[in-house]
Design a protein around this ligand. Structure first.
Ligand code: HAM
Length: 417
């Protein structure tokens, strides 16, 4: 039998409502905060990511799916931030508006070793706000991520924040880390010994037991921050307080991509195991200039949709499944004809409806109604035909009543809203 590619997943009809719900709630929340959707291609020129994510990052070093064609090398996008900056510049969005808020939903690809919560094709829901350095914006973006999780019924997560400072500060932080780790270099794992020169920040994320112990023993402070970055970070924290966002400052949070400066954040959920980051983001104030634009600060984040779904599954509370549709149950040939006409009338009135096309028993039809997450069943049997009514059962409240067909549509329209 042919199999799907390692690290990819089929999203089956039984799971799709969860995906659609996450997409629906996210679009609603992003719109509420003034974001517009953007869709960029799944393939990009390899140089885009080499230039933006950094030569020494794990993604560029070993995780990109490359496609060579006509002497060009493309990659399946490993993340969207760089692609959106490319689109922003290529389509002159910077010339049209000096501040823009964009959101996106789509597949990303990284050749990682698959495990729970870690795939080779996964999905991001994320946003980018381009054109402001205001610490109000940092707080707004983090509180938007917080709000989205609440709307998706997810709780128990932790928001960690840190400031990497400007480019100069980041260099100072890297020097401090090298100085602190120099003595312990021989006790680090071979990967971290290599990271020591190439990308010392990555050592802080190493899952190896002995590296973790060394990292936990480090004494990190915000001493590397210049006065302006220190003030910026203080304002971000104060603004988060004004928005009642609960967060923890973590000096160990550095993020894996080179483009980050100043505020960075990560949201983790304890129900996810070792891959516990459900989302992450931060400022990338130099990326737009680095990719050929003017000096334009920006900030954004992305949630991993598969991890949001795992977090929802780890919740004791059931996901808010909205039951919207009506299922028509008919008993006998005459009732089936009536039901078929009613089905058409309901759909014409904009009410999602379905019925049995397999001559199932009453029990079988009820089961089908439930598996389709129907809110109401409309029953037409011999009795109902005689009385000229439809029996209506609300599957949420259990309430039952009989209604004439002409009353039914108005009643359902109200009940389903
Ligand atoms: P990232 O931390 O690489 O950031 O990815 C964001 C989220 O995507 C992670 O927190 C995780 O939930 C999910 N994720 C990452 N890799 C995988 C994987 N292999 N399988 C499943 N889920 C995964 C970024 O990509 C940045 N572009 C975020 C950003 C936007 N920063 C500023 N704007």
């Amino acid at each position: 039998m042919l199999k799907r590619v390692l690290g990819t997943k089929d999203i089956l009809p039984g799971e799709i409502n969860v995906w659609q719900e996450i997409e629906h709630y996210s679009s609603q929340v992003f719109s509420l905060y003034g974001y517009q959707e953007i869709r960029t291609p799944l393939i990009e020129d390899i140089s885009l990511f080499n230039r933006s994510l950094g030569d020494s990052t794990e993604i560029v070093q070993k995780q990109m799916f490359e496609i060579s064609r006509d002497k060009e090398t493309y990659v399946l996008r490993p993340e969207a931030t760089a692609a959106i900056v490319r689109a922003y510049l290529e389509n002159s969005l910077d010339k049209k508006e000096d501040f823009i808020k964009l959101y996106y939903i789509g597949a990303m690809f990284r050749a990682e070793r698959p495990q729970k919560g870690r795939l080779r094709e996964f999905h991001h829901i994320g946003c980018e706000a381009i054109g402001s350095l205001s610490p109000y914006l940092d707080a707004e973006v983090i509180s938007l991520a917080d709000r989205l999780l609440q709307d998706l019924g997810i709780s128990g997560y932790e928001i960690k924040i840190n400031s990497l400072g400007c480019v100069e500060d980041k260099k100072k932080l890297a020097d401090i880390l090298r100085k602190e780790l120099k003595e312990k270099l021989h006790s680090l794992c071979p990967d971290c010994q290599e990271r020591f020169q190439r990308n010392v920040f990555r050592i802080l994320d190493c899952k190896n037991e002995s590296c973790r112990k060394i990292v936990e023993g480090l004494k990190l402070s915000d001493k590397y921050l210049c006065a302006s970055c220190l003030e910026h970070f203080k304002n971000v924290r104060e603004n988060l307080g004004r928005l009642n966002v609960h967060y923890k400052v973590s000096p160990f949070l550095v993020r894996g991509l080179d483009y980050y400066t100043r505020t960075v954040f990560e949201i983790s959920h304890p129900g996810l195991g070792s891959q516990d980051a459900i989302g992450a983001g931060g400022r990338y104030d130099n990326l737009i200039k680095q990719l050929g634009g003017s000096d334009t600060p920006a900030i954004g984040f992305a949630f991993g949709v598969e991890r949001l779904i795992l977090a929802q599954a780890a919740q004791p509370k059931e996901l808010k499944t909205e039951r919207k549709a009506v299922y028509i149950i008919t008993l006998g040939d005459v009732a089936a004809k009536e039901g078929f006409i009613l089905l058409n009338s309901l759909r014409s009135a904009g009410i999602a409806a379905d019925m049995d096309f397999q001559a199932k028993s009453l029990k079988g039809q009820m089961r089908r109604a439930d598996s389709l997450f129907s809110r109401f069943v409309a029953i037409i049997g011999e009795d109902e035909l005689k009385k000229g009514v439809v029996g209506l059962k609300d599957l949420l409240s259990g309430e039952q009543k009989e209604l004439k067909q002409d009353e039914l549509i108005n009643y359902l329209k109200k009940g389903l809203n």
